[in-house]
Design a binder for this molecule. Structure first.
Ligand code: AN0
Ligand code: CP
Length: 317
């Protein structure tokens, strides 16, 4: 069993409920992972994913090895039949088999390069490990998705939505400006997660920031951010670079920054963001520091999202 995208969640309701039980009794399954080892491989920086996955593993009694591949590992080759006379020292074929001997689960963070759309869509790093590893693989954010974040967001929504009575919650995914080109992974997995929820879901972004149509499918897109915010119960904010002009920053329009005035258009909506977030670029201090912000709770739930994923894998292998 792998956890590569939220499609690997067989029963969302059950996983969210179990994750909430783990939050209450985090050490209940301390024996399940004893004498097992997880290897966390990072090709990019991380705070939450690294610490929450490590914590989740520890709470299941697992040992945890962490390797920063971008700075400390050999540069890996992924192509078949390549003459390796350039910068790459080792092929994923050996690396994945070797790590599989040391670890019972391999978790990988490898962001989109944002240069070559087809290369990113092929998920070469994640799929390279899936192909050659002999143990389960967990996605800690790949070029296409961030399913641990989306699961934590589903847990957070489940905890919070009891305050909304007699209607489906309205959830808005809003683009916000950012100085750098960011990946689509968080937005993609959040969209897929909302498509599986009983909510009214709207995406809002400036023209030119349309996400992968194969992911967005029939989801409602509203180009007028103020209109999208009307009656909203949740504002989930994220920057992403253009998908059409692949990896380009085509607008830094600060009128899209989430501020108090915009939040006032909503139905006392809660503010959500995966973090890390740039203050007063993506969202103002006033919103981020307000009672309406769920960002710290979302980050806390990363532990239980990772823990339910690892528990399911340990139970199924
Ligand atoms: C990354 C992204 O946008 O995908 C990681 C988010 C969890 N964010 C940044 O690089 C700032
Ligand atoms: N939200 C998230 O994945 O954070 P990190 O990049 O710090 O792990």
């Amino acid at each position: 069993m792998n956890y590569l995208s939220i499609k690997d969640i067989d029963s969302l309701e059950n996983w969210v409920e179990e994750a909430r039980n783990l939050k209450r009794y985090p050490l209940k399954y301390k024996q399940l992972g004893s004498d097992k080892t997880i290897g966390l491989l990072f090709f990019n920086p991380s705070l939450r994913t690294r610490l929450s996955t490590q914590k989740a593993a520890q709470q299941l009694g697992m040992n945890c090895m962490v390797m920063n591949f971008d700075k400390e590992g050999w540069a890996l080759e992924y192509g078949d039949g390549i003459v390796m006379d350039q910068g790459k020292s080792e092929h994923v074929k050996e690396a994945a088999q070797v790590i599989s001997q040391f670890c019972d689960i391999i978790a990988i963070r490898a962001f989109a390069g944002l240069v070559d759309k087809e290369l990113d869509r092929a998920e070469v790093v994640l799929n390279g490990f899936v192909k050659y590893a002999s143990v389960p693989v967990v996605n800690m954010e790949s070029s296409v998705g961030h399913p641990l974040q989306a699961l934590a967001d589903a847990i957070t929504l489940e905890e919070d939505r009891t305050r909304i009575k007699n209607k489906k919650p309205k959830v808005v995914l809003s683009w916000a400006p950012h100085p750098k080109a960011l990946p689509h992974a968080v937005a993609n997995s959040f969209i897929e997660m909302m498509q599986r929820q009983d909510v009214e879901f709207v995406i809002t972004h400036p023209e030119g920031y349309e996400l992968d149509p194969e992911i967005v499918r029939e989801t409602n897109v509203e180009y007028d951010q103020n209109k999208a915010f009307e009656e909203a119960d949740y504002i989930y904010t994220k920057n992403w670079s253009s998908f059409r002009d692949y990896g380009q920053v085509i607008s830094k329009d600060t009128s899209w920054t989430i501020d108090e005035e915009k939040m006032a258009l909503t139905n006392k909506a809660r503010f959500m963001h995966c973090l890390p977030v740039r203050r007063n670029v993506v969202v103002t201090d006033g919103v981020l520091d307000s009672e309406q912000s769920l960002v710290i709770q979302q980050a806390d739930n990363r532990t239980y999202a990772a823990q339910i994923v690892l528990k399911k894998i340990l139970e199924n292998t």
